[in-house]
Design a protein around this ligand. Structure first.
Ligand code: C2O
Ligand code: CU
Ligand code: CU
Length: 546
């Protein structure tokens, strides 16, 4: 019954968009929009589970419980370790292995539509959580996919049309770990020595309820909370032993960008990025982590004194926030103060402010520790030689004109693609992402003299650009703005350029070229800003792979 209604509803929805029939092949029209509510008999799952999204009251802060949206999991088939429940609002950790066939029955028991997306995973269109597949309360969606990704850390979250920010904020997110044979041979810290660190910022009312502010400032810049949660808990302190650990760090925040650093200046050792392990460990003074990005850290507490703490912090930075182009640039210092003032007006923790994230407490001495491997995994090599469009990169041009964050001058349409968004399947494409505030000059003109005050400058800020489907490699990062100031200088050494990525932070005035395979699956795949307020405002588009 639900099925039939859905087809009809979806069809009407499609019919309403006059351009679609012309724009897309019949495939999308005929099959694309159907809700997948029944399991396929041909699909033989190795892991099968139910995930139900519902309202829950959970302990987060001392005192009253907090009303949240939470994913609850129930394992139906597969290894017991495949599902690990988490405290607070976070969904269970899904521990998967490359090659596994996974079936997930998603039940929506929320009072609003919802859909699940497996961020970072290479899955078919119908399994990818496109907002066109949102289901209503009481309905079910069946996800079936094979785990193609290599070992690493991905995550899942809601991707509901214009509701992603609020639904993720209220709790609809969880971690996914993937293991494979290459990784297992490395003997990396595992079990209790493999720790998830999901970082999110929230605001709470005096009664411990989640507060989401959606004023002009939050709409344009993104929501910032004043309370940092790690794994859904405030004031996180993790007891550790004097040995090495693997930390899987996810920035699950709506818009906050972290500049990760150890409090005592110890360099960070990265062993993995969004798409999996690196070829070899890399050392960084600090690491930038924008919304949706992951980094896997190796940290060795050997030799640390019992009873001491090592704090992972976010360090001061400022270049990610609005910054004026052209003749207005001279006033930049003043603008920074201006932005700070706006934050103070709303009583928040400004973007770029320094604060502690999580404290590791050296609680126990142990005799030995695994050693950091010199090399990690062999990656598929992908170079400029492999791309089919070396001279005509696919553009992703960021703009924030007229108070609307857009990509390639367009806002999101459920199933619309432009010519530049059509990608031949089984090709590797060069993509050029530009955050060029120079081009904004004209658009800004009208605002300069306007009464918007501080809002007029919000033409250029850093955007974490995420592409669905396969992971990409970064080819180059170029600062096009000769006068970018020290805002770029104090973040640029924290970008990891070597690993597989699905999200890249593009700074104001920066151009980032990437190469990305579009293999195996045809259909609509999203690309968008992972500042969730921007995404919901339409800073999202489709690629049609076919
Ligand atoms: Cu994590 Cu399309 O998103
Ligand atoms: Cu995604
Ligand atoms: Cu953005």
């Amino acid at each position: 019954m639900a099925d039939h209604d859905y087809k009809r509803r979806q069809f009407l929805q499609y019919a309403a968009f006059g351009t679609i029939a012309a724009a897309l092949p019949g495939f999308v029209l005929a099959e694309g929009g159907q809700i997948n509510s029944a399991p396929s008999a041909a699909f033989k799952p190795d892991v099968e589970m139910e995930i139900t999204a519902r309202i829950a009251e959970v302990p987060i802060m001392p005192g009253a419980h907090t009303s949240v949206f939470k994913y609850y999991g129930k394992l139906l088939k597969g290894p017991k370790t495949a599902l690990k429940p988490m405290p607070g609002y976070l969904g269970p950790i899904l521990n998967l292995a490359q090659g596994q066939k996974v079936r997930i029955f998603f039940y929506n028991q929320l009072p609003e539509p919802s859909v699940m997306h497996w961020h970072g995973m290479h899955v078919p269109q119908k399994m990818d959580g496109h907002p066109m597949y949102a289901i209503q309360r009481g309905e079910r969606y069946v996800y079936e996919f094979e785990v193609k990704n290599p070992a690493g850390t991905n995550w899942y979250h809601s991707h509901t049309h214009e509701m992603t920010a609020t639904q993720v904020y209220r709790g609809l997110a969880g971690l996914i770990t993937i293991t494979d044979e290459q990784e297992q041979k490395l003997g990396l810290p595992s079990g209790e020595y493999d720790i998830p660190i999901t970082i999110q910022d929230r605001r709470f009312t005096a009664g411990n309820q989640l507060l989401y502010i959606h004023g002009m400032r939050e709409r344009m810049l993104g929501f910032l909370g004043d309370t940092i949660l790690v794994n859904g808990q405030a004031n996180s302190a993790i007891p550790v032993k004097t040995r090495a650990y693997r930390l899987r760090v996810l920035n699950g925040s709506n818009s906050r960008i972290y500049k990760l650093g150890w409090e005592d200046g110890t360099p960070l050792i990265a062993i993995g990025t969004d798409g999996g392990l690196l070829e070899k460990p890399e050392t960084y003074p600090y690491i930038m982590l924008a919304p949706a990005e992951r980094v896997e850290l190796w940290v060795d507490f050997s030799g640390r004194k019992l009873g001491t703490d090592l704090v992972l912090r976010s360090l001061e930075h400022h270049g990610t926030m609005p910054h004026m182009g052209g003749g207005m640039r001279r006033g930049r210092g003043g603008m920074r103060r201006g932005m700070g003032g706006m934050d103070m007006m709303t009583g928040g923790l400004p973007q770029g402010e320094a604060f502690p994230i999580v404290k590791f407490h050296i609680a126990k001495k142990v005799g030995d520790s695994p050693k950091l491997p010199e090399t990690l995994v062999r990656m598929r090599s992908l170079t400029e030689q492999d791309v089919s469009n070396p001279d005509q990169p696919v553009p992703i041009a960021i703009s924030m004109q007229h108070m609307a964050p857009q990509l390639n001058g367009r806002s999101f349409e459920m199933n619309e693609v432009m010519d530049s968004e059509r990608i031949p399947v089984n090709t590797v494409q060069k993509i050029r992402i530009s955050n060029d505030h120079g081009a904004m000059g004209g658009g800004m003109g009208g605002m300069r003299g306007g009464g918007m005050g501080g809002m007029g400058m919000m033409m250029s800020m850093a955007h974490p650009i995420h592409l669905h489907g396969q992971q990409f490699k970064i080819l180059s990062r170029t600062m096009k703005d000769q006068d970018s100031g020290d805002g770029y200088a104090i973040v640029k050494d924290g970008f990891i350029g070597s690993g597989w990525k699905d999200t890249v932070l593009v700074m104001p005035g920066e151009e980032v070229e990437i190469i990305k395979p579009f293999e195996d699956y045809t259909g609509l795949f999203l690309y968008h800003c992972h500042n969730l307020e921007h995404e919901d405002m339409g800073m999202m588009r489709n690629f049609y792979v076919g």
